[in-house]
Design a binder for this molecule. Structure first.
Ligand code: SF4
Length: 678
């Protein structure tokens, strides 16, 4: 190793994270010595988050913890007993199992699950070409996460991927952070974008998150599942103080009159009763928001409930009714998709070569995989369903099916990999070029190769090119090179350089002035914000949002929410010893009242149990939870736990009201203490 030859190479963190940090790798003679935050990056400012600082300098750079060779199963499913094979043998074996299914036109029994192991535009999306071209069944990725919110926004404004420009926040007097916890999920935004701002920050969250405690002037710690009732309560405050924007409504909103009666009955006292919030706080926040300019950061937490889609539609009614859109310092943001920068994702996914294929909700994944009529082959890539998907016990059982040919494509030996017949080792983001389109800022970033992949690992896209070749598929778009893709993606944006210049810069701003939200209007049938939605009605949903509030739990059951931990990004990093040291045993954060009622103290062991399964937990008495509610952070790998399970063992796969999406935050369970069990 020679420091004389040390190079510093810029790249980008492609995790499923709002921050999309610029990074710098110190590389000696082709070997990465340290991965750091890029001091020039507008978000990272030289510092990675704690989890990435540990894991990118831990398991991500330890070849002995990686998958480095193709493998074939030699033991029972789940034992993770494999022996190395060549790429040729691995792909021949996979092709040999797929060919008869394709020839017999049973392509829909080839099922694939994927998600955001990387959000690089090529590695995260290109493999979809292969699966859509052969007509495989897709486990709809967003159903495990944010689909209810996406569909609700599509009904209402036509597009869920066009949010406010964060650069306009300097003009906002009030910012509602609703159902998001940037202190864990966007740590740099928490520190710089929120904490260092003079605006009135209001956090709306059932959990006392670090964002609520650290940056909020007001924390509305509402009962879980009561967000829609609160949105109507805030609208009532606006209406009773003549702060509805009738001019905006007249020009831009369809069907607002259909919710006026529901607004009229959502007075502060009624809303206080439904949400558990003080009436005076509802009035205070309602006035501040309606006076504006106000922005709403719409997080993913509130839509993972049984009426989460309705909650999103209700919040959009608040935005529309008060006219907090279309002016600097206003608007809402769920996320900003690549389209805000001109990127058509078809350039990666090539939908023109897709056959009609079906898609199945993650909530039905266990059903699908336990049924031989529906699934003969299963691919998992960019995700670890045994950690992330619901109905964990049934899913594990389904993956034990001897007649289900399972292929896992991953960087690490995950829980799901242990059930594979064939394992295909994937290169990590440090080992190939890609482009990242951050989903908060309208910037563009280069993910740059800084080292060779260990052993024989290959980027996702190359694995599926080679598999297409083994299957003797002839469609040219299945074989496009990374270079062609990178150039095409860049050509769609306003960036005038090439990938080499983007790599030197790391991240570039694409707009001189803050971008207006919905510059071309709303892509709804009426061209307006549709509070009354015929599309929703045609899908069997209420025509307008309703002031719904979930009822408090009964019979001593706890409502369990499972938000993102500070130390993990979805299920990434749970295999790093440094991260495992930080997260400790599975904790149930329990309000002091609930702990006292059960005679429990911090450190006691108990079991959460419901109709789906049971989960041993260590009690942490903490006021981050409210009475009647427990907090268990998500993302742990079952194979790293003594119980071989995580919070998803309690999740039966119940669906939210919209989009067949998860309602994991509506989960209820009993807490059984050792004393009670005896
Ligand atoms: S996970 Fe997020 S905060 Fe952490 S380094 Fe990556 S982009 Fe930055």
């Amino acid at each position: 190793m020679s420091k004389e030859n040390r190079k510093f190479i810029k790249t980008t963190c492609p995790r499923d994270c709002y921050d999309a940090c610029g990074m710098v790798a110190a590389v000696d003679d082709g070997q990465v010595r340290k991965v750091l935050g890029d001091p020039d990056h507008h978000v990272a400012k030289g510092v990675l988050c704690g989890k990435c600082a540990i894991a990118y300098n831990g398991v991500w750079r330890q070849p002995d913890r990686r998958l480095t060779q193709p493998l074939k199963r030699v033991g029972k499913k789940g034992e993770a007993a494999f022996e190395p094979i060549s790429w040729d043998e691995a792909l021949e074996t996979v092709a040999g199992r797929l060919k008869p299914l394709l020839e017999e036109k049973r392509n829909e029994t080839i099922v694939h699950a994927h998600y955001t192991g990387t959000v690089g535009l090529i590695a995260g999306w290109y493999p979809l070409r292969f699966f859509s071209h052969i007509g495989a069944t897709e486990i709809d990725p967003d159903t495990v996460c944010n689909k209810a919110g996406h569909v609700a926004l599509e009904y209402t404004v036509g597009d869920s991927l066009d949010g406010f420009d964060p650069e306009t926040a300097k003009d906002a007097a009030t910012i509602l952070v609703w159902g998001a916890n940037p202190s864990h999920s966007a740590p740099h935004m928490h520190k710089a974008w929120l904490r260092d701002r003079s605006a009135n920050i209001v956090v709306i969250d059932p959990v006392a998150t670090n964002t609520a405690l650290d940056v909020a002037r007001t924390h509305l710690q509402l009962r879980p599942g009561t967000d829609a009732a609160l949105a109507f309560g805030l609208l009532h405050v606006a209406k009773s103080h003549q702060l509805l924007d009738r001019v905006f409504i007249q020009s831009n909103v369809k069907g607002f009159d259909e919710i006026e009666a529901a607004i009229d009955v959502s007075d502060p006292e009624t809303t206080a009763e439904l949400t558990g919030l003080p009436a005076e706080k509802i009035i205070e926040v309602g006035l501040a928001y309606a006076k504006g300019p106000s922005m709403i950061w719409m997080g993913q937490g509130m839509q993972r409930t049984s009426r989460g889609g309705n909650a999103f539609r209700a919040i959009l009614a608040l935005v529309a009714g008060t006219g907090q859109m279309g002016k600097p310092g206003t608007g809402f943001c769920y996320m900003n998709g690549p389209g805000t920068r001109g990127i058509d994702m078809d350039s990666a996914t090539a939908s023109q070569i897709a056959q009609d294929g079906q898609s199945v909700s993650h909530m039905d994944m266990a059903d699908t995989l336990e049924n031989a009529e529906q699934s003969q082959a299963f691919f998992t890539w960019n995700c670890n369903p045994l950690a992330s998907s619901p109905d964990q016990t049934r899913l594990r059982k389904a993956l034990e099916r001897e007649d289900l040919f399972t292929v896992a494509c991953d960087v690490f030996p995950t829980d799901t990999v242990a059930y594979a017949d064939i394992v295909l080792p994937a290169a990590s983001f440090l080992e190939f070029n890609d482009i990242v389109a951050p989903y908060f800022h309208h910037t563009l970033s280069a993910q740059v190769k800084i080292q060779e992949a260990p052993g024989e690992a290959l980027p996702n896209q190359e694995i599926f090119r080679r598999l297409a070749s083994k299957l003797e598929l002839e469609e040219p778009l299945l074989f496009e090179s990374d270079e062609v893709l990178l150039s095409r993606i860049l050509a769609m944006t306003s960036y005038e350089g090439d990938f080499a210049t983007l790599s030197e810069a790391g991240t570039v701003q694409l707009f001189d002035e803050p971008r207006m939200q919905f510059p071309d209007g709303f892509a709804t049938p009426s061209g307006k914000i549709e509070i009354a939605s015929a599309a929703a009605e045609a899908d069997g949903l209420p025509r307008v949002p309703e002031p719904h509030a979930d009822k408090p739990t009964e019979g001593g059951r706890l409502r369990i929410v499972s938000p993102a931990s500070k130390w993990q990004m979805n299920s990434s990093y749970a295999n790093d010893p440094g991260i495992q040291e930080q997260i400790g045993a599975i904790a149930l954060h329990l309000h002091p009242q609930d702990a006292e009622a059960r005679n429990l103290s911090t450190g006691d062991v108990a079991t959460l149990t419901n109709e789906a399964g049971e989960l041993p937990v260590t009690i942490d008495v903490s006021e981050i939870a409210q009475p009647g509610m427990g907090v268990v952070y998500k993302g742990r790998w079952p194979n790293a736990e003594p119980s071989a399970s995580n919070i998803n063992v309690l999740h039966k796969g119940a669906k939210s009201d919209i989009g067949e999406a998860t309602c994991v935050h509506s989960l209820e369970a009993e807490l059984v203490t050792r004393e009670a069990a005896e």
